[in-house]
Ligand binder design. Sequence first.
Ligand code: TXA
Ligand code: MG
Length: 336
Amino acid sequence: MKTQRLTENQTETAGEILRNGGIVAIPTETVYGLAANALDEEAVLKIFEAKGRPQDNPLIVHISDFNKLYDLVKYVPDTAKALAAAFWPGPLTMIMERADIVPKSTSAGLSTVAIRMPSDETARKIIDAAGVPLAAPSANLSGKPSPTTAQHVLFDMDGKIDAVVMGKECSVGVESTVITLCTNPPRLLRPGKITPEEIEKVIGKIDIDDAVLGKLKEGEKASSPGMKYKHYSPKAEVTIVKGSFDGFLKLIKTKNPNETTAIVFSGEEKDMPCKCLVLGDEDDSESQAHNLFLLLRECDELGAKEVYVRCPKQSGVGLAVMNRLLRAAAFRITEV
Ligand code: TXA
Ligand code: MG
């Protein structure tokens, strides 16, 4: 299949391809999404095929108008209204009871459905032009880091999808915060730019799912199926290093510099005896979130065999950075 390159201004063309059952990668403020008509079972199945995504992993449905929510869910809880007023359009996904109109393939057979209204202008224009809600997982091959540039989408998807909208680099850089409103209290399933503290200011106490920072035990059921898979991984083996910078440096000096890449905080790179990438300022979780997937892909471009990463702060947006990094590292942590 020939994958068309569309400019950010060709939102009408993108909408037409989507309306006709095609699949199109689109920019959003978080990461690029691979979109299809969420109500068209056959179109949605093409997404799973192109990504190599397990079919038990449900998709997020994207809308550009709050009122469309009423078509997609059984009822809209007050918590959803309050959170939408505070954070939509924006990087927050809410899980509610699924209406029958949403096909099984979109929500992987679950009785619930995940909905989000992106803030990115191009994404919203494409949803409007399509005239249907769009199911869109991140536009990477399953298991790879989510793409935050159109080039990264093409790297994974060229020849497998109908079109890519060649937009800008994504501003947030990690996927949306996912919260289920089907439990009492609501439970955070995936951390993102919208933090638990910000959510609690609007709807009061929420739970944080154990899988956010922990590893599922053998046979344990994931509340969010996506959390059970290996994720965000470059080809190299990634290890998170907890402890001081001095300890980190000592560890790096024991490694073969030709096979090792270090990911460090700003200012630390000058001392590194191997290839080195900068995650961002130690105290700036937002820029770390913005950079993380770009760097994980760069590790592959550098041909890294082993990657050692300074352990990020876990407060605020740092929780999202740590959540993604833990998966990229398959939960490998070492203390120095
Ligand atoms: O920022 C984002 O959310 C991006 C952009 C494209 O919008 N999309 C994205 O989709 O990250 P995806 O498919 O890569 O991640 C969706 C996550 C998965 O972990 C999935 O298991 C979970 O949301 N999820 C979706 N529907 C769910 C449901 N009904 N119940 C529990 N978890 C659900
Ligand atoms: Mg994904």
